[in-house]
Design a protein. Structure first.
Length: 351
């Protein structure tokens, strides 16, 4: 058992019009004309995190190592490319650049009025499309103590891209974020959790330290499948190679079946006491829980996609007005745990 236990809050930074379920009605070439609401919603998340006090110092994973070699990669692995190195040209992507990224200001960095409490630290998987248009938001996320990771460029599923296009998406999104924040981007999450073993290998080859895209719930048609059974494991981290790890979304194995519990719509639809119980069971077994959500899940005022199917509308719009307070209650319920970024968690797991 890990003492203390770790919770990974992971945020997929995408706006209401970029979700996979609405793609048939919202083509990519209309994105420029949609209302951007992700900035205000992300601010609500940042302020929520700053308002809660939790355990502070990261704990050790000693005593829960599984497999023949559970030592994970060190934080500064040899194959991590320099974030300022030349990468694939943006012109190779089908990205509308009418809102070019703002240049870095020469003015002094804004100082945010953070609480003196030990606040949760999260990982924000950011679309490069949004980063180009809201560079100050990305910098603010980082300045408030959170990790910036990649969610790709334009929310294209990696399993629907050619090998060459996938490499461009991974490399270019990484570089654009790194150029923006001035530090290395270590993590990636695939849109719709749509990965497989060859995609994992490409992610590693593009210089990432970890992926956090595997969702083991098998009844969702878009979630991918990867081979993790033979990998060494420490806490919730699977060592794929000497310099690359997988951090799966947390689900509950019950009666030989996988019950979805990682977050998102499952979190919004499930009563909080039931969700908390599932989290406790996973924390007791693995010592860590990987939770995910999106900024739009805090936004009941977002535009409605009336053309979408009843099923998609139910999954997207249910309980949006309750998510903010529900998430705050969840964090308070586990305030004795360490709320840590994915990259920091790997540092702990490597000890």
């Amino acid at each position: 058992m890990i003492t203390p236990k770790h919770i990974l809050l992971t945020i997929d930074v995408e706006d209401w019009f970029q979700v996979e379920n609405f793609k048939p009605w919202i083509p990519f070439d209309t994105w420029e004309h949609r209302e951007l609401r992700v900035e205000q919603n992300t601010h609500r998340l940042l302020d929520l995190f700053d308002s809660v006090e939790v355990a502070g110092k990261p704990g050790s994973l000693e005593g829960v190592k599984v497999g023949t070699n559970a030592e994970l990669n060190e934080p500064n692995q040899p194959n991590q490319p320099n974030y300022s190195s030349e990468s694939v040209s943006n012109s190779q992507l089908t990205t509308n650049k009418s809102h070019a990224a703002a240049p870095a200001s020469n003015k002094q960095q804004t100082t945010y009025n953070r609480s003196t409490k030990n606040s949760p630290k999260a990982t924000f998987f950011v679309l490069a499309w949004l980063a180009d248009r809201l560079p100050n938001l990305v910098r603010e996320i980082q300045s408030r103590g959170h990790e910036i990771a990649s969610h790709g460029c334009n929310h294209k599923r990696p399993d629907q891209l050619s090998a060459a296009a996938l490499k461009i998406d991974l490399t270019d999104s990484k570089k654009r974020l790194e150029d923006l924040i001035g530090s290395a981007v270590s993590g990636y999450r695939a849109p719709s959790f749509a990965i497989n073993d060859p995609i994992l290998k490409t992610i590693e080859d593009c210089g990432y330290r970890y992926d956090s895209s595997y969702n083991s719930f098998g009844l969702h048609g878009r979630y991918g499948r990867v081979s993790l059974n033979a990998t060494a494991k420490s806490g919730s981290a699977h060592k794929i190679s000497a310099s690359f790890c997988e951090l799966p979304i947390s689900n509950l194995l019950f009666g030989g079946k996988v019950l979805p519990l990682g977050g998102g719509g499952y979190f919004r639809l499930m009563p909080l006491p039931m969700f908390n119980l599932g989290m406790k069971l996973i924390l007791q077994k693995e010592g860590a829980f990987n939770f995910y959500m999106h900024p739009w899940e805090l936004d009941p005022g977002q535009p409605r996609m009336r053309e979408a199917s009843t099923n998609f509308k139910f999954r997207h719009y249910s309980n949006l007005s309750k998510t903010h307070d529900k998430l705050k209650q969840l964090i308070k319920s586990f305030n004795n745990c360490i709320f840590i970024s994915c990259n920091e968690y790997l540092d702990v797991a490597a000890k």
